[in-house]
Design a binder for this molecule. Structure first.
Ligand code: CP3
Length: 352
């Protein structure tokens, strides 16, 4: 694989020494950037933006240019897969994602197609290839997908949920129906990530945003087990290299040892998890990413800098730290605060 000019992120994923701590932000391309809002307006709706490799490339590069982050993440969404499964996905203003025809019965599951990343999802690998070309090896490109459990919550609930009552009822009352859905989603996600790797993604992250709502045994059975299948099914690049895999279960701090057992290279930490304790628990088996409370970016640059210093101390000097937030950057954060955040990580970590 061609090495990016700035390979600090990939080195940190592999727990190799780095001259400073690499940093990127979950949701680094998005509404907090005025340049994003301009392209979004041009696209009309959000899914059209995702489906245009040209516009997706433009917004993927915006935070690389403005913030100087050490990795780009493909501009897309985890819901591209449910969108290609024909249950009527739309993004309603103020409501978030809505699925007009939720999946709730065995017949519903059996009717779902496994989307082909070479056909109906072709715009995703096309966007990966276009971004790689535009990046010209400045920084590596991260591809991503949602975990089967997280995708299933949207498909079964019909959108975002507060209680997960419908999908949990299914899990307790008709587990075989839910397992059939998760099985299909695991296949779809594996194909989808492999298509991104083949098109040039240099690392992949699995977003398990809602794994944390499960009990420990249900997490193992309904979320981690299916992420394990995906990790096992990922292909190497054309040069025979394994791309680093990042697992992020929000609310999954109690399960880090088991997550490390999957063979993932990096674990994402939310802000409820203590990084020093996380490091003690997983040892040197995996790199760690994330953790800073996204709300810190509401504070001024001086306060951000102090929090960055505190976080660097908490992770300690061991190799294998990718600086990030504990979840996505909020849409109402001033862009200058995100700039100050990235600059502080670079400066303070280089001086250690
Ligand atoms: O990190 C990045 O910069 C890459 C882009 C990215 C988006 N979504 C863009 C987006 C990524 C990695 C995602 C993942 C995603 N999408 C997740 C998992 C990560 C997480 O935050 O936990 C989830 C749960 C989704 C589902 C999703 N997509 C929701 C709930 C929403 C609506 C939220 C809202 O505030 O309206 C989206 C839309 C979405 N995805 C936006 C962006 C920039 C906002 C769209 C817009 O109005 O412009």
């Amino acid at each position: 694989m061609t090495r990016p000019d700035n390979d600090t992120f990939l080195r940190a994923c592999r727990r190799e020494p780095v001259p400073y701590t690499p940093v990127w932000l979950m949701r680094q391309a998005g509404r907090y950037l005025p340049e994003y809002r301009r392209v979004r307006e041009r696209a009309g709706d959000f899914l059209s933006l995702c489906r245009s490799p040209e516009m997706a490339t433009e917004v993927t590069l915006q935070p690389v240019d403005r913030l100087g982050v050490d990795a780009a993440i493909l501009f897309s969404d985890i819901l591209t897969i449910p969108a290609a499964m024909n249950r009527g996905l739309r993004f309603a203003t103020g409501e978030g994602p809505v699925i007009d025809h939720p999946v709730r019965t065995a017949a519903d599951v059996d009717a779902l197609p496994v989307p082909d990343p070479g056909a109906e999802l072709r715009y995703v690998p096309d966007a990966v290839a276009a971004v790689r070309k535009a990046l010209n090896n400045r920084v590596p490109l991260i591809g991503f997908a949602g975990s089967p459990w997280t995708l299933a919550t949207y498909m079964v609930e019909g959108g975002s949920s507060k209680t997960y009552g419908i999908i949990k009822r299914l899990a307790y009352d008709e587990p075989s129906v839910l397992h059939r859905l998760l099985d299909k989603l695991a296949l779809a996600v594996t194909d989808y990530l492999n298509a991104q790797i083949e098109a040039g993604a240099q690392a992949v992250q699995i977003f398990d945003t809602w794994g944390g709502v499960l009990t420990p045994p249900a997490y193992r059975e309904l979320s981690l087990g299916y992420m394990q299948r995906i990790v096992n099914g990922l292909h190497t690049t054309a040069d025979g290299e394994r791309v680093p895999v990042i697992l992020f279960t929000k609310g999954g701090g109690a399960w880090l040892e088991e997550m490390a057992e999957t063979g993932a290279d990096v674990l994402g930490l939310d802000w409820q998890t203590d990084p020093a304790e996380a490091r003690r628990r997983v040892g040197s088996r995996v790199a760690l990413q994330g953790n800073m409370d996204p709300a810190v970016l509401y504070a001024g640059p001086e306060r951000i800098r102090r929090e960055v210093a505190r976080t660097l101390d908490a992770f300690g000097p061991a190799p294998g730290h990718v600086f990030n937030l504990g979840h996505g950057v909020s849409p109402d954060v001033p862009p200058e605060h995100a700039e100050a955040f990235v600059a502080a990580v670079h400066e303070l970590s280089a001086a250690r």
